[in-house]
Design a protein around this ligand. Sequence first.
Ligand SMILES: Cc1ncc(COP(=O)(O)O)c(C=O)c1O
Length: 493
Amino acid sequence: MPETWASSGVDLHLDRTGPRVRADLEGQLREAVRSGRLVPGLRLPSSRSLAADLGVARNTVVDVYGQLVAEGWLVARQGSVTRVATRVPAAEAVPAPAGAPRRLRYDLRPGSPDVAAFPRSRWLAAARRALGTAPAEAFGEAPDARGRPELHEALAGYLARARGVRVSPDRIVVCSGFTQGLGLICRALRGRGATTLAVEAYGLPHLRGIAAEHGLRTRALPVDEGGAVLDGTGAAAMLDAAAGLDAAAGLDTAGGLDGADAALLTPAHQFPLGGVLGPERRSRAIDWAARTGGLLIEDDYDGEFRYDRQPVGAMQALAPENVIYAGTASKSLAPGLRLGWLVVPAHLVDEVAAAKAGADRHSSSFDQLTLAEFLTSGAYDRQVRRSRLAYRHRRDHLVAAVRRHAPQARVTGIAAGLHALLELPAGLDEDEIIARAAEHHDLALNGLRSYSPAAGADRPALVIGYATPPEHAFTGAVARLMAVLTQALRNPG
Ligand SMILES: Cc1ncc(COP(=O)(O)O)c(C=O)c1O
């Protein structure tokens, strides 16, 4: 008659099926880890308490834990607790559900900082300080959809100092990352009767999708090494390609900024091509906005990260009443925080705040207070400095590896941000390289074409997110990338 073993410490229900106590316990624990019932990192009861719960000798449990540690299912440190291993033995790993994409071990796709380097203890300390001193009203529903005054103050100081933004606290709307921020702006613009948003022909597809969801048509601005081309000329080849894109994607390319109500730009570091919008194009954009009443949206997603010189200041400073400045914690800290901020011209701030209230009332006060404390304590600056140094080394390493192992390819774009464009020699096929990397090298890559169908097959390139892997996996990831490239160059078919 089977009998259930249960431990009081954790959910550890085990069937006692026969006299082979040690073998049964070992088999069932192994199976519970393998199947995912005991999740990675879970703390197991001490051998003493499990033995007492199960009514078996303590040595039996000690032996079983020892065996499973030796096999890699559990981990134990001297004198410390026993936990489920974070990486279970590969041959027995839980199979992915059918249809789910295989998770690759190495990842050089752009979009993420090194999330393993998130400053957990400093963030926790800031949270403790912030929540310990917050007034009771901070735990209620906030009266102001724009966000907490503590964060407005802290951000205003930081943005003026670090990015040259012209800002007063009452112009800031805190949002759930730029993804939400853009939606709020589109909603406010649509409410004013706007119909058309100009976007860079290369960019994040989901941002373009947000404009469409809010009923705005998008018009593509060609992009070259100097960022967006604003005067409706652009390189002929690019315009032709973009016209092809627009037929497919419902975009309209004619006329540059003329006729658009607003334009979304990445002036400090074009995503993904990597150029910086120079002074002449910045003034052209500002002239257009001043002349037509159009609005510029400055997506400053990675503006703190420049490696070869001081970062170029925000374009917003040239015309604070014509530009919405948008920043995010998604690159400087972690995308999982879902914290971003908009600095909005006076004439639009109430409408954007109303859109925020309609979307989700306001962002989490707890996270806002923590970020405010993180900023004012100097921890944010320190984190940015640390990350800047680390990513700069990573970029240098990537550039050197490409020069050495795949000199036919070229890293382009300014030395900035968390990604670089890797232009491949004509004749190589992006999709083929991405597939080979996944299949033979356990490496995830993104191609340029995923950011714009305007990128023709004659311009193969990869967008390398060198910040994405954890530190210990970075050189391995680059080595795998080099192996993929050298093989492809040797054997292009
Ligand atoms: C070009 C660009 N803009 C904005 C963002 C930030 O988006 P969010 O703040 O919603 O995470 C990203 C992040 O990947 C980005 O690549």
